[in-house]
Write a protein of this length. Structure first.
Ligand code: MOS
Length: 741
């Protein structure tokens, strides 16, 4: 039975079976003849120079082929003017194994290359390095004196303009709060570690299987830094075992793998260890100072937000931390400040909802405090301050069904049974708290291209260089194609994750479903028009005079909608046109109304149960109601929301990179000690999508949901803990020590 799928169907993931049976190959799983294995040696000091590096003992071991250090590395084309990649912040990026400079503990300083991964790792233990150490600082709180305003910032991270008289309004207000809110350094911990298999082809071309969020971005990067013509490098990432932003910039493993492959003219694989996953990109530590004021009716009158986040000493990683509080609620008076502090660490990077996960979650704790100061239910307070205009850009939101999300979420959660006073709900020895927060993320779209090819056997192939980082892109693209052309879902093949395919940018910012979906829709519509022409060329065609909108492609036939007898076999149509297959490639170019603001929103409700004696925290249930445009696939979209909420729980209660500042080294650089939520930590998570058709946001009416779930969920948990215990913890993660202090 052919399955006719449409936009809105909760289809299972196309790649689900491949992934759970091991048929899906990840970056470190692609075979190559004569493959060599590289293991990176990490710097033992946080700052200084390499004095000497003795590789002789390693090189004496049979099976160890080479050790690359800064002394014998091949020359690279990498010049300051050519370093760039799509996601790089201003500064001079790390050049691994380039010179004797050490910028952070764990920096890769040499690569041992051997016949097996075990030998390479053993070889690394035989390398003797002596260093000249220099003073350094890795402690965010100690670096606050070095705060500076970034002169260069990534364009989307500029502060919103101040408005009104926030200090005057604050001073005059009857209700106000001020607080300092903190977030610990977090690291991306996808299941798949960063890895690259660089396959040296006999003709000198390179095929690189890499873990990243954009094969063409990595291709361009490798071409630039190694001076290899673009057409001689192909990068593939057909399956990505999670990334959360860690694959936006090409990481050092792929640089090292390609450097070694080029030097040795052999295929080389480099895999980061889990410990080494803590030596590159991360969500920076943050301090956000918030002052809020309201009038006697609970209307916000002043918002003042100042945030500081960490960066490395060699690049300026900026995030849009402070804007969210200025956008989400109506308030005439607001001011924003943002600064960086330099640390002797690797450069931070984007991590799921960069900026918003930090700024909005910390802001929403402050909002809760203000609601209590005003003596108001925290949900009612938020609803009262709802704004359907974006107060920063002073334009209406193209859609913002947040009030419906508040209502539906509250109803599902049973919010009306809540008692307002902290410590007023308990069961046995457990204190029970119910908290709410608002979440918000951009509804972005980017230019992207897709190709649709219909073969004579009725198979439809959809192709784009877009990545599926575990989000459901394969499935959703097939669904859009099925919906547009009427081809049964089983007959659709989706090709992604290959730099040879039609141009697509990085997968990030939650823009892929709406953007690539639009490109697939355009390509399928173009294909349909071609098909109408082909079908009309068949002698005595029953489809003559029909328009594209009047036809569908089902069961190997092109037929009139609603009139299955008026059909032309696909093979006959293609034969009449003299073709074996027919293809259309289209580019979606975003063109949006600048007089509107495009965002997604959610309302998160969390229950926290805190053991009154031990201070242990459980979160048995979370309800999240999201307003995120038209949902293409409620199952994959729901899973993205759940994933974000789980990460929000990690932010609220667990995730924290702990550094021994005497050595500048992260101590808990493994999954035993750096805690991410596991099944035992997760209760029931209920995701609701409220109806939010939005013709302005993207051609399919779709927004993205990859990041929204983390925004608000951490704050809802913090607010639930306050309601349970009466203790206001202004620092993530909220660990037992802080709760019982
Ligand atoms: Mo996301 S942090 O844009 O991968």
């Amino acid at each position: 039975m052919a399955t006719i799928a449409q936009i809105g169907d909760p289809l299972n993931r196309f790649d689900g079976v491949e992934k759970v049976t091991g048929a899906a190959r990840y970056a470190a799983e692609h075979p190559a003849d004569g493959l060599l294995h590289g293991f990176a040696i990490s710097s033992a000091i946080a700052k200084g120079r390499i004095k000497e590096i003795d590789t002789s003992a390693a090189l004496a071991v049979p099976g160890i082929v080479e050790v690359i250090t800064h002394l014998n590395r091949p020359s690279v084309a990498w010049l300051d003017s050519k370093y760039d990649d799509d996601a790089a912040p201003p500064g001079s990026p790390l050049r691994p194994i380039y010179d004797d400079r050490i910028h952070f503990s764990g920096q890769p300083i040499a690569l041992v290359i051997a016949e097996t991964p075990e030998l390479a790792r053993y070889g690394a233990s035989l390398i003797a390095v002596s260093y000249e150490e220099e003073p350094f600082n890795t402690d965010f709180s100690k670096a606050l004196d070095e705060r500076f305003s970034p002169r260069k910032a990534r364009s989307h991270t500029h502060n919103p303009p101040d408005r009104g008289d926030p200090q005057g309004a604050f001073d005059a207000a009857p209700v106000k709060i001020s607080g300092d809110y903190r977030l610990a350094t977090e690291f991306h911990n996808p299941m798949e570690m960063h890895a690259a298999t660089a396959i040296w082809e006999p003709d000198g071309k390179l095929t690189v299987y890499n873990k990243d969020q954009g094969s063409q971005n990595v291709q361009a990067y490798l071409s630039n830094v190694f001076g290899i013509p673009l057409e001689n490098i192909r990068v593939l990432n057909p399956y990505v075992g999670g990334a959360f932003g860690s694959g936006l910039r090409p990481q050092w493993h792929v640089y090292l793998a390609v450097m070694a492959a080029k030097m040795l003219e052999r295929s080389v694989r480099v895999v980061m260890t889990r410990q080494q996953m803590f030596t590159h990109v991360h969500r920076p530590a943050a301090l956000q100072c918030v002052s809020l004021a309201a009038d006697e009716h609970g209307k916000l009158t002043s918002i003042m937000i100042e945030a500081t986040t960490a960066t490395s000493r060699y690049e300026y990683h900026t995030e849009a931390v402070v804007k969210w509080g200025g956008k989400v609620y109506g308030c005439d008076n607001a001011s924003f400040g943002y600064a960086l502090v330099p640390l002797d660490t690797s450069t931070p990077g984007d991590m799921r909802a960069p900026g918003a996960a930090t700024g909005m979650n910390l802001f929403e704790i402050a909002v809760d405090e203000l609601a209590y100061a005003a003596g108001m239910d925290p949900l009612e307070f938020r609803m009262k301050n709802f704004s359907d205009r974006d107060p920063v850009d002073n334009v209406p939101y193209s859609s913002k069904a947040l009030l419906a999300a508040y209502r539906d979420g509250a109803q599902r959660f049973g919010w009306h049974k809540r008692s307002q006073a902290p410590r007023s709900m308990r069961e046995g020895k457990e204190l029970i708290g119910w908290g709410v927060a608002t979440g918000m993320w951009e509804a972005l779209v980017v230019e992207t291209t897709a190709r649709a090819t219909l073969h004579a056997d009725g198979t439809l192939e959809i192709a784009s260089a877009a990545s599926d980082i575990g989000t459901g892109t394969y499935t959703v693209m097939a669904q859009v194609a099925a919906d547009t052309l009427g081809v049964p879902i089983e007959n659709i093949r989706v090709l992604l994750g290959d730099s040879d395919l039609p141009k697509s940018p990085l997968e990030g910012g939650s823009w892929m479903a709406a953007s690539t979906g639009a490109a697939v829709n355009l390509a399928c519509r173009a294909l349909k028009s071609e098909l109408v022409i082909c079908a009309s060329k068949v002698p005595n065609s029953p489809l003559a005079n029909l328009s594209a909108e009047q036809i569908e492609v089902v069961d190997g036939t092109i037929r009139a909608k609603g009139q299955p007898a008026r059909a032309v076999r696909l093979t006959d149509a293609l034969k009449a046109a003299g073709l074996n297959s027919i293809s259309a490639e289209e580019t979606y170019k975003p063109s949006r109304d600048r007089n509107m603001s495009h965002y997604t929103h959610c309302a998160v409700f969390a229950e926290a149960r805190v053991d009154g004696e031990l201070g242990t925290i459980r979160v048995p249930r979370i309800v999240c109601a999201a307003a995120a445009g038209r949902i293409i696939n409620p199952k994959t979209a729901g899973s993205q929301m759940i994933g974000g909420i789980v990460m929000g729980l990690g932010m609220a209660l667990e995730e924290e990179a702990l550094t021994d500042h005497r050595f500048g080294r992260i101590m808990n650089h493994n999954l035993a000690e750096y805690h991410v939520p596991v099944h035992a930590d997760i209760g029931h998570i209920d995701v609701i999508f409220v109806d939010e058709p939005d013709p302005h946001v993207s051609p399919l009416g779709a927004k993205g949901v990859g990041e929204l779930g983390i925004v608000g969920s951490a704050a809802a948990i913090a607010n639930a803990i306050y309601h349970a215990t009466g203790k206001r913890i202004r620092e993530f993660p909220i660990t037992i020590d802080k709760l019982i202090a």
